[in-house]
Design a protein around this ligand. Structure first.
Ligand code: FMN
Ligand code: ATP
Ligand code: MG
Length: 513
C-alpha cells in the first residue's frame, strides 16, 4: 500500500510516530464498528485529505490482518469502501468543491452529498443509514476541537454517534510533512497562500505568506506548506464573533466612574459558578452571593446566576447565552490544570475560538509554581485565542482573565475573591475597565401583617415607585414578612417606605438591617 510504504521509507521519526498513532485509532474504530456503520466526513480541506489517506492505509492494514488470520489472499485492486459525507454549501470555494468530487472519484469513495446544515444533515443521515461512528479531520488547534478526544461522543443535542478524530494531536507541520512525503494531491488553494479553508466569506490567503511585490498590483502568496509557525494557520480566517448585542450598554466604558442613575439604564451582569460539587450538594457556594453583593455595590443589577457542571459544552452554552443577554458575565470555578477545570475551554468554545498557549500568562504561572512547571506545554497557560485580555495588578500573583464581556475569576474562597475584586475595582478606576455606577442602597422593613393585608397596597406601591425594586420574602412560612426596597436614590427609598407605612396603623412596620 503506497501510503504505508511512503511513511515506512521516510526518515521523519516524528511523522512515523504520528502516523502509527493515527493508524492505531483507525484500526481500533474498525475493530469496534463494521465498515457499514462508519462514515468519513470529507470536505476537500488539507486535514480531511490527510485523513482520507490514513483511512485508506488503515483499512488496508485492517483487511490485511483479517486475510492473514483467515489465510485468504488480499485483493490487489484495493479500494476503501467507506461511506463518505460531504456537506456541500453554496459558500464553498469552487476549488474545494471540484477537488472533493475528483478525489472521491479517484479513490472510489461512495460520496453522499448533504445540502443541509451539519446538525440537520446528520440527523437525516442517521435516520436513513446505520451509522454509529464518523471520522473527522479535527486537530487540537481547531476551535471545534476544544474538549474533544480521539473518541468523543457527539455533543448533547446532536444525534448520537461517535466522533473519531485520528489526527487530533497532529500539528500543522505534521499535516504538511504527511501530504508531501506521500506525494498526494491536495486542493490547489493551498498553493495560493490559503492555510486553513472555511467559506468564501470568511477566508482569505494568509498574509504571512504574502510575497511583497510592489511592481504588480496583484498580491502573490507562497504555498501553505511554507508557513513556519503553525499557530498562525488560521490568520487568513476572518473573525466570526460579533460585537456586543444591540440595545445593551457597552460592557466597557469610555472613561471611569461614568454615572447612570436611571433604573432602566442599569447595567446587568450574570454570574456562573462551575462546580459539580455544588450540584451534588457537597459544597455550599459562597462566592455567588458575594459577587452579587459586590456588583450591587457598584450599581450593577444581577439578572441571573447559574451553577453549571464541569463540562465544556454546558459551560460554553451558558456563557454564550449569558454573554449576549447581559452586559458582563462573571465566571468562577473550574479554573486550573485539573481534568475538571474546563471553564476556559468552555469560554473559548462559546466564542468559537481555540485555546492557545499564552506566553505572558505562562510567565506568571512559571513564576508562581517555579520548578514544578513542565515546559511550554503547561496546560494552565492556554487561553482563548485572540479575545483574551490579561488584567495585571501588583497585588495579584497571576493576572485576572477577561475575554470580551466575560471575566474569569480564579478565586476559590471568600478571602481570595475579596482580593481579586478589590484589584478589579482599582484597575477599573485607573483604566476605565468597567463602568462604575451609583451604588444600590437598600432599606428593609419587617411586619407581622398577613400577606392578604399587605398584597394590594404593595402592588400599588410598586406602580408608584417603578424606579425601585420592591421585594418581599420571609424566613419562615409563619414568621414575619420582610419587605425590601432597593434603588439608587436614598430619598426615593425613604418616601416609598413612608408611603407604605402610612397605609397601615402606626407601628405596623419596623426597620431591620
Ligand atoms: C460529521 C460532523 C460531526 C459534528 N459533530 C458535532 C458535535 O457533535 N457537536 C458540535 O458541537 N459540533 C459538531 N459538528 C460541527 C463542528 O464542530 C463545526 O461546527 C463545523 O465543523 C463547522 O466548523 P466551521 O464553523 O469552522 O466551518 C460536527 C460537524 C461534522 C461535519
Ligand atoms: N463541509 C464539510 N463536509 C464534510 N466534513 C466537514 C465539512 N467541514 C468540516 N468537516 C470535517 O471537519 C474537519 C475539520 O474541518 P477543518 O476546516 O478544521 O479542516 P479541513 O477543512 O480538513 O482543513 P483546513 O483547516 O485547511 O480547512 C474536516 O477535516 C472534516 O472532517
Ligand atoms: Mg476547512
Amino acid at each position: 500500500m503506497e501510503i504505508d510504504r511512503a511513511i515506512r521509507e521516510s526518515d521523519d521519526r516524528r511523522l512515523k510516530t504520528k502516523y502509527n498513532n493515527a493508524i492505531y485509532v483507525i484500526q481500533r474504530a474498525l475493530a469496534l464498528y463494521p465498515i457499514e456503520e462508519v462514515a468519513f466526513s470529507f470536505n476537500g480541506g488539507k486535514d480531511s485529505t490527510v485523513l482520507l489517506h490514513l483511512l485508506r492505509a488503515g483499512y488496508f492494514l485492517h483487511k490485511e490482518e483479517q486475510s492473514r488470520s483467515n489465510g485468504d489472499l488480499m485483493d490487489r485492486e484495493f479500494t476503501c469502501p467507506i461511506r463518505t459525507i460531504y456537506f456541500e454549501s453554496s459558500s464553498a470555494f469552487p476549488e474545494i468543491n471540484s477537488f472533493t468530487y475528483e478525489t472521491a472519484s479517484t479513490y472510489g469513495l461512495q460520496l453522499d452529498i448533504i445540502r443541509l446544515d451539519f446538525k440537520a444533515g446528520l440527523e437525516a443521515l442517521l435516520n436513513s443509514k446505520p451509522i454509529r461512528a464518523i471520522f473527522l479531520g479535527v486537530r487540537i488547534g481547531d476551535p471545534t476541537a476544544v474538549g474533544q478526544e480521539q473518541f468523543s461522543p457527539s455533543s448533547p443535542g446532536w444525534p448520537p454517534f461517535m466522533r473519531v478524530n485520528p489526527i487530533l494531536d497532529w500539528s500543522y507541520r505534521d499535516v504538511w510533512a504527511f501530504l508531501l512525503t506521500c506525494k498526494v494531491q491536495y486542493c490547489s488553494l493551498y498553493d495560493q497562500g490559503y492555510t486553513s479553508i472555511g467559506s468564501i466569506y470568511d477566508t482569505v490567503p494568509n498574509a504571512l505568506l504574502c510575497i511583497g511585490n510592489s511592481s504588480s498590483s496583484k498580491e502573490e502568496f507562497r504555498p501553505a506548506f511554507l508557513l513556519s509557525d503553525g499557530r498562525l494557520e488560521r490568520a487568513g480566517r476572518v473573525k466570526k464573533f460579533s460585537p456586543p448585542v444591540c440595545g445593551h450598554f457597552p460592557a466597557v466604558s469610555n472613561g471611569p466612574n461614568s454615572v447612570d442613575s436611571h433604573h432602566s439604564g442599569t447595567l446587568t451582569a450574570s454570574v456562573i459558578a462551575v462546580g459539580d460539587e455544588i450540584l451534588f450538594g457537597n459544597v455550599e457556594d459562597q462566592l455567588g452571593p458575594l459577587i452579587c453583593r459586590k456588583l450591587h455595590s457598584i450599581g450593577w443589577t444581577v439578572s441571573q446566576t447559574a451553577v453549571i457542571q464541569n463540562d465544556i459544552d454546558s459551560v460554553a452554552d451558558e456563557v454564550e447565552r449569558l454573554r449576549s443577554t447581559t452586559d458582563m458575565v462573571y465566571i468562577y470555578g473550574g479554573v486550573g490544570p485539573l481534568h475538571s477545570d474546563v471553564s476556559l475551554a468552555g469560554v473559548a468554545k462559546a466564542f468559537g475560538v481555540r485555546l492557545a498557549p499564552d506566553e505572558e500568562f505562562e510567565e506568571h504561572i512559571r513564576h508562581l509554581i517555579g520548578d514544578h512547571c513542565t515546559g511550554h506545554r503547561n496546560e494552565m497557560a492556554q487561553l482563548p485565542e485572540g479575545i483574551t485580555e490579561l488584567l495585571h495588578h501588583e497585588k495579584l500573583p497571576v493576572p485576572l482573565i477577561k475575554c470580551q464581556n466575560v471575566i474569569i475569576l480564579s478565586a476559590t474562597n471568600v478571602t481570595e475573591l475579596d482580593k481579586q475584586w478589590d484589584c478589579l475595582i482599582e484597575l477599573t478606576k485607573s483604566t476605565g475597565l468597567l463602568i462604575l455606577t451609583e451604588p444600590f442602597v437598600s432599606k428593609r422593613l419587617t411586619t407581622n401583617l398577613s400577606d392578604v393585608e399587605t398584597a394590594q397596597p404593595l402592588s400599588k406601591l410598586c406602580l408608584e415607585f417603578p424606579d425601585l425594586y420592591i421585594g418581599c420574602y420571609r424566613k419562615s412560612r409563619l414568621g414575619p414578612l420582610i419587605i425590601s426596597f432597593e434603588g439608587k436614590d436614598q430619598a426615593r427609598i425613604e418616601s416609598a417606605a413612608e408611603s407604605l407605612c402610612k397605609k397601615f396603623h402606626p407601628g405596623a412596620f419596623s426597620e431591620i438591617n
